[in-house]
Design a protein around this ligand. Structure first.
Ligand SMILES: Cc1ncc(COP(=O)(O)O)c(C=O)c1O
Length: 383
């Protein structure tokens, strides 16, 4: 029997815990950190920490299995999908995906992969895939890009140049830097592959609509060091013989993500986050709070006449909210005063400038309320 994770409603319930709006690595639930702290030196009466035992021990296997079980329950993952807990971040998946699904063993077959570009991350994914295309290992087609509008919207599907018989269609449902979110999975003929690094677990999704979902853990899932991949069975096993063993999904499935030593502590902590999510009422409950938090923050921005969010309202992210101040010379003062008020890591990404509030699952409604009150106050003083 494991002790349940006691939910702590507020991040301020623990002395000196600040409101953390970091984009990633990002806030973790305080209750999870307290549990990890309590178990640090003596995990489940074993006299050692979970970090100090073999990943092949029956104790660790139980941790790994429980994490997968909770993820399957939370996301209602159908039985014909494999769940992998890998390393190398989402970035290594940018390579693994074309290596598994595009580059063919058979030199007479040239496959094509479709990519939609709606921000920095989908841009990096296609760039990586093109490296293989340049070697003649398949073709990469950008179906559309919103670069011309500064990645503030999503090109309408009627304008996409889709490939007949594409091996897969890759997109990023939530662009962490630009704050652009595609809420409905596109309906295309090819298997959908989605980089959900900054939106997985923020709301329920229908996994059966996807060929593959992957996400770096360090935003909404757990600490850095882990990437979760959910792959439909029939897609596994296409990698060429020259595919590095660690990147071939067939090998990772066969060895249950333990082809080499996995990131055991990140995996364990992710397991605690998943347990916490189950205790919070699952993804429906999280989605309700997440939508409330986002609505509050966007309303504060829109009502202010002082802050501005440039994203087409129908695509505004519920996880990452970039905004600018009417006068950018006030940026440094805003950040300094925010920090003083216990509102941390609001500086926007260098590509976009301004501010960004990342409001993942572990960021409470109270934290967003405190941020909105601070923003209103700051605007009044500086307008
Ligand atoms: C949407 C998205 N994809 C990919 C990445 C890259 O993830 P990693 O640093 O884990 O490789 C990030 C990181 O911020 C991201 O937000």
């Amino acid at each position: 029997m494991t002790t349940p994770i006691v939910p702590i409603a507020s991040t301020t319930a623990t002395p000196n815990r600040q409101h953390n709006f970091s984009a990633g690595p990002a806030a973790l639930p305080t209750a999870v950190l307290l549990k990890a702290q309590a178990e640090m030196l003596d995990w489940h009466g074993q006299g050692v920490s979970i970090m100090e035992i073999s990943h092949r021990s029956k104790q660790y296997i139980a941790v790994a299995e429980q994490a997968e079980k909770n993820l399957r329950t939370l996301m209602q993952i159908p039985d014909n999908y494999r769940v992998l807990f890998l390393q190398g971040g989402a970035t290594l998946q940018f390579s693994a995906i074309p290596l598994n699904f595009l580059a063919s063993n058979d030199s007479n077959t040239v496959k094509t992969a479709d990519y939609l570009t709606t921000g920095a991350w989908s841009g990096k994914a296609i760039k990586e895939a093109k490296r293989y295309a340049a070697l003649g290992l398949g073709k990469v087609n950008e179906v559309a890009s919103s670069k011309a509008d500064g990645f503030t919207s999503v090109p309408p599907q009627s304008e996409w140049q889709l490939t007949d018989g594409a091996s897969y269609f890759h997109y990023c449902p939530n662009e962490t830097i630009h704050g652009v979110q595609i809420f409905e999975p596109p309906v295309v003929d090819a298997p959908l592959i989605a980089d959900m690094s900054s939106c997985m677990l923020s709301e329920p999704i229908d996994v059966s609509k996807f060929g593959m979902i992957y996400a770096g853990a360090q935003k909404n899932i757990g600490p850095a060091g882990l990437v979760v991949a959910i792959i439909r069975d029939d897609l596994i096993g296409q990698a060429g013989e020259w595919c590095p063993a660690l990147l071939d999904y067939r090998n990772q499935v066969a060895k249950e993500s333990m082809l080499n030593t996995p990131a055991t502590y990140s995996w364990y902590l992710t397991g605690l986050v998943l347990e916490w999510l189950v205790e919070q009422g699952g993804l429906e409950a999280m989605a309700k709070i997440n939508r409330q938090k986002a609505a509050l923050l966007y309303k504060t921005i829109d009502d202010s006449g002082f802050y501005h969010n440039a994203v087409d309202p129908q695509y505004r992210s519920i996880m990452n909210v970039p905004f600018t101040l009417a006068d950018s010379t006030l940026d440094a003062t805003f950040l300094a005063e925010a920090t003083q008020a216990g509102l941390l890591h609001l500086k926007g990404h260098r590509d976009v400038g301004g501010m960004r509030a990342s409001i993942y699952n572990a960021v409470s409604l109270e934290s967003v309320q405190v941020l909105c009150a601070f923003m209103r106050d700051f605007a009044k003083k500086n307008a």
